[in-house]
Write a protein that binds this ligand. Structure first.
Ligand SMILES: Nc1nc2c(ncn2[C@@H]2O[C@H](COP(=O)(O)OP(=O)(O)OP(=O)(O)O)[C@@H](O)[C@H]2O)c(=O)[nH]1
Ligand SMILES: [Zn+2]
Ligand SMILES: [Zn+2]
Length: 222
C-alpha cells in the first residue's frame, strides 16, 4: 500500500499563486510578449541553453530573461554578456519562483524599458525537478529539460513537470555514449505521461538539435 498526501495548505498557496499568474499573463498579453518558463533539475543545462539561444536569436527577436536563483547572480551575469536585459531574482530559501516574484521582475523590466518592444521573455526557474512545475508564473508555455545523466526513470518518478511541459529537451546527448541510458526508453516514459509533448534531443555543446529547438521557439512567438 502507498498513500498520497493531500494538503489543504498547499491548495490555498496554489490558489493565491494563480491570481498572481493571471495578473502576469495579462501584462504579457497586453505587451505582446510570449513568456516561457524553463525548468529542470539543478545543472541540466538551462543557462547554457539560454546562452546559445540568446546568441542565435539576438537581435532578430527582442528578448529578456527573468533569472531565478536561490542565492547568487552567477547565471544572470553569464546571460548579461549577450546584451539582453536580465533581471535576477533571489528566492532565498524557496525552491521555485512563484508568480509574485516574477511579477516583481516584469514590473522592473517595464520600469526600465518599453515592455511592448519585447517579443520573448524567458523565465529560468530554480533548479528543482518538482516545485517549479506546481507554480504557474503567467507563462504561455513550459519547457522542461532532462539531461541524459539523470536516468530514464525520472519522468515516471517526478511526473508533474513532464506532464505540464509543452516542450521537453533531452539535454547533453553528447554524453549519452558514455552512459548506460536508453534514450528511446526515456522518450517512451515521457510519452506515457504526456503523449502531446514535443521532444527534442539536444546538445548545447555540439549544437545537435539546436536548430530544431530554435524553430520550435520561433513558432511560439506571437
Ligand atoms: N557535455 C555537456 N555539458 C553540458 C551541456 N549543457 C550544459 N552542460 C554542462 O552542465 C553544467 C550545468 O549547466 P548549466 O547550464 O549551468 O545548468 P543549469 O540547469 O542552468 O543549472 P542551475 O541553474 O544551477 O539549475 C555546466 O558545466 C555545463 O557546461 C551539454 O549539452 N553537454
Ligand atoms: Zn501589474
Ligand atoms: Zn542556470
Amino acid at each position: 500500500m502507498h498513500q498520497t498526501v493531500e494538503a489543504a495548505l498547499e491548495i490555498n498557496l496554489l490558489h493565491a499563486n494563480q491570481a498572481g499568474a493571471n495578473h502576469n499573463r495579462a501584462h504579457f498579453d497586453q505587451w505582446g510578449i510570449t513568456c516561457l518558463n524553463i525548468m529542470s533539475s539543478p545543472g541540466a543545462g538551462k543557462t547554457v541553453l539560454l546562452e546559445r539561444t540568446l546568441a542565435a536569436l539576438n537581435p532578430d527577436l527582442k528578448m529578456a530573461v527573468i533569472e531565478g536563483d536561490m542565492t547568487t547572480e552567477l547565471d544572470a551575469e553569464r546571460l548579461r554578456q549577450y546584451g539582453v536585459p536580465v533581471i535576477a531574482i533571489n528566492t532565498g530559501r524557496s525552491c521555485h519562483l512563484d508568480s509574485k516574484m516574477v511579477s516583481g521582475g516584469l514590473h522592473s523590466l517595464a520600469a526600465d524599458y518599453n515592455p511592448a518592444e519585447f517579443d520573448l521573455v524567458f523565465v529560468e526557474n530554480v533548479g528543482n525537478l518538482v516545485c517549479p512545475a506546481e507554480f504557474e508564473v503567467g507563462e504561455h508555455g513550459k519547457v522542461a529539460l532532462i539531461s541524459v545523466t539523470e536516468g530514464e526513470d525520472k519522468p515516471l518518478k517526478y511526473p508533474i513537470m513532464f506532464q505540464e511541459a509543452d516542450c521537453l529537451l533531452i539535454s547533453k546527448i553528447d554524453l549519452a555514449p558514455y552512459l548506460d541510458i536508453d534514450l528511446n526508453r526515456l522518450e517512451s516514459n515521457v510519452r506515457q505521461i504526456n503523449p502531446q509533448v514535443t521532444i527534442i534531443r539536444l546538445s548545447a555543446k555540439t549544437g545537435a538539435g539546436l536548430e530544431t529547438w530554435l524553430t520550435w521557439l520561433r513558432n511560439q512567438v506571437k
